[in-house]
Design a binder for this molecule. Structure first.
Ligand SMILES: Nc1ncnc2c1ncn2[C@@H]1O[C@H](COP(=O)(O)OP(=O)(O)OP(=O)(O)O)[C@@H](O)[C@H]1O
Length: 239
């Protein structure tokens, strides 16, 4: 489980996350939605201890990420698929990660197979398409077989086949009893993938509901999102 308690992060005058409290429970996919700049990525970074909160707490299985003894076995994340050393092969990239976390090479082959990259395991990452890099990032997240997984816009750059694969993967990981937090701007895809939705705007919680509740009140998840975030869009273009 992921728990946020009054989580706040300021960067100078910018309040990226503003007193955010919510829980992400196991067993289903939770969609994390909000306009550009709403604070989704910052929240994920705070959960992973990549940034320190100004105040409040982000807890993973009841503990701060920094106090987890084997973090990769508890939480896996894909935040930025481009953040990979291009000169390494997919296999070596994952092997380095595995070694520094006490995970054996057998698991590297397993996750490469799971994400469909086994046939290009020895190829350099610099030659990978964005979709292949997304798959590699997902493989890295899965390495420690963690019970909690966070994915920041994992369908970016994926072809329709890849988008469907991500949807099925997210749902099957959740069905195994894992906690899945998934951010995406693709509402139609989110409606097919997630069961619960958390919407943030300007760093604050706007709504927390099931997809079924939102689509009962609005014509579609997209309509719900548009209505609920109308006052929170910071970078809207003229129409
Ligand atoms: N390292 C940083 N230094 C300064 N400001 C930052 C930093 N990281 C994020 N911000 C600011 O915090 C706010 C929230 O950004 P964040 O990237 O978390 O939003 P987001 O919801 O993930 O947006 P998007 O949907 O565009 O990815 C933005 O105003 C952003 O400019």
């Amino acid at each position: 489980m992921i728990e946020l308690h009054h989580l706040t992060k300021r960067y100078g005058a910018t309040v990226a996350v503003d007193g955010l409290s919510f829980k992400v429970e196991p067993g289903h996919v939770t969609g994390f939605l909000g306009p550009n700049g709403a604070g989704k990525s910052t929240t994920m970074r705070l959960i992973l201890g990549l940034d320190a909160p100004t105040s409040g707490q982000a807890l993973v299985n009841g503990r701060r990420y920094a106090s987890l003894r084997e973090p990769m076995r508890e939480v896996g994340a894909l935040l930025d698929a481009g953040a990979v050393h291009g000169g390494r092969s997919a296999y070596n990239h994952l092997l380095c990660l595995a070694r520094t976390n006490g995970i054996g090479p057998k698991r590297v082959f397993e996750v490469l197979d799971q994400v469909g990259l086994a046939s290009v395991a020895r190829k350099r990452v610099s030659g990978f398409s964005l979709g292949m890099k997304q798959r590699l990032g997902i493989a890295a997240a899965l390495l420690g077989d963690p019970g909690i997984l966070m994915f920041d816009e994992p369908v970016n750059g994926l072809d329709p086949d890849g988008v469907r694969w991500i949807r099925d993967l997210m749902r099957s990981l959740a069905a195994e009893g894992r906690t899945i937090l998934l951010s995406s701007h693709l509402m139609s895809e989110m409606a097919l993938t997630a069961e619960r939705i958390i919407i943030v705007g300007r760093g604050r919680l706007i709504a927390e509901a099931t997809v079924a509740e939102l689509t009962a009140r609005y014509p579609s998840l997209e309509d719900a999102y548009m209505a609920l975030t109308a006052d929170s869009v910071q970078y809207g273009a003229a129409r």
